[in-house]
Design a protein. Structure first.
Length: 411
């Protein structure tokens, strides 16, 4: 059961502000401020704005930690409080803190920190590298920082499935609980990779939108004139509990994490298999394993990156899996507003789905004035829509051909 949610995104520093902006169809995309991007073909990104790491962690700890960990800690604190929990040893809240785990996945660990320290090494030699560089940038550190911050002693893990990382974290949390290794798991995704080397590589790949003159209109999933994705950053974390544990402490529940599926294209390091065979299989397996009939699904939070091949392949896969039921599905892409939050993208999709269930409103796909004829589903264009959502599917597809699909059901 999902009992708490926390988020730091390009639209807000918490869940309420992010959700309000998503429903209002606001864009969090703007000119890059993290570094001088004037020499690059793409000079826009979806940055988290106004985040004060020193206020959150104190000066010393903030200087020793990487941004992707800082964002994760902020989201974890909000999720924990939202679940009615407090950090530290508190037997009134949880039976055993040694049975509370953490799964925080990431896709591009410590890229800005690595670039800064490499530049320091070149310019100043040994003195130019922080003694905290290595422990701050390794991929398990957001999960460990969350465990340290909240005083949690259960299983702490991290893995990387590129852009499917956030979804996979929730599946792993569910597995830990079902295996009896934990009663509660703080789980989700985080990434903060807005750095010159990252943008140079993606620009050379031709993956990013270059709509520098109209950044808020740059992320255009399923649109005929889409020209690539907008890079983003952020963290979204959940508190996930066994039904028995949540019931015993009288916790408010948002939704049930019914299950999901992982498949691999095994096709190319960055190019999706144009047949869509494995995304299709991931969706079909997720429905089968959770006992969900395609006609039961009300909403799909799409991967929807605004890249030409991905959007068309995802649309085709949805049609193949859902058949005639696809015509009544609501499908939308929050990436149109928050950009692609990479390792946190799937977790953001899960948050959107859960809150759509709670409030009966589905956020839109903005900037979708002229749909691609190959993308012919109901993408909730431009304006949020009222709808009863009882069952939702969350798609996430990553570089290397990693596909992870979740099924969420109303509690």
């Amino acid at each position: 059961m999902i009992t708490g949610i926390g988020a730091v995104t390009p639209l807000g520093l918490d869940v309420p502000s992010t959700w309000r902006a998503l429903l209002a169809g606001q864009s969090g995309v703007g000119e890059i401020t993290h570094f001088d991007a004037s020499a690059l073909p793409t000079r826009i990104a979806a940055e988290v704005k106004g985040f004060d790491a020193e206020a959150l962690l104190g000066t010393k700890r903030a200087r020793r930690s990487a941004r992707f960990s800082q964002l994760a800690v902020a989201a974890a604190r909000e999720a924990f409080a939202d679940a009615g929990l407090e950090p530290g040893a508190g037997v009134e809240q949880l039976a055993d803190y040694e049975r509370v785990g953490v799964v925080v996945n990431t896709a591009v660990p410590g890229v800005p920190e690595s670039e800064t320290n490499v530049r320091g090494l070149i310019a100043e030699g040994l003195r130019g590298v922080s003694p905290y560089y290595v422990p701050s940038m390794i991929p398990n550190m957001p999960a460990c920082e969350v465990a340290i911050d909240l005083g949690l002693h259960g299983p702490v893990t991290a893995s990387s499935l590129a852009c499917a990382s956030g979804n996979a974290a929730l599946l792993e949390a569910r597995r830990l609980i079902l295996a009896g290794e934990a009663d509660v798991v703080v789980a989700g995704g985080t990434d903060a990779g807005i750095a010159p080397v990252m943008f140079a590589g993606l620009c050379n790949m031709g993956a990013l939108s270059a709509r520098n003159d109209e950044p808020q209109r740059a992320s255009r999933p399923f649109s005929a004139d889409r020209d690539g994705f907008v890079y983003g950053e952020g963290a979204v974390l959940f508190v996930i509990e066994s039904a028995a544990h949540a019931g015993a402490r009288g916790a408010r529940t948002y939704a049930s994490l019914a299950g999901g599926a992982l498949t691999a294209d095994a096709f190319h390091i960055s190019h999706p298999d144009p047949t869509g065979r494995q995304p299709r299989r991931a969706m079909a397996l997720a429905l089968e394993r959770t006992g969900t009939d395609p006609a039961e699904v009300d909403y799909i939070c799409a991967h929807g990156t605004a890249t030409r091949i991905n959007d068309a392949v995802e649309t085709s896969a949805i049609r193949d899996v859902f058949g005639s039921a696809a015509d009544s599905l609501l499908v939308s892409s929050p990436k149109s507003m928050v950009g692609h939050m990479i390792g946190a993208a799937g977790a953001l999709g899960a948050m959107v789905s859960v809150l759509a269930m709670r409030d009966g409103r589905v956020p839109p796909t903005i900037n979708l004035e002229t749909p691609d004829p190959a993308c012919d589903l109901d993408y909730v264009p431009l304006v949020a829509r009222e709808a009863a959502v009882r069952t939702a599917v969350v798609n996430a597809f990553g570089f290397g051909g990693q596909n992870c699909v979740l099924v969420l059901k109303a509690a």
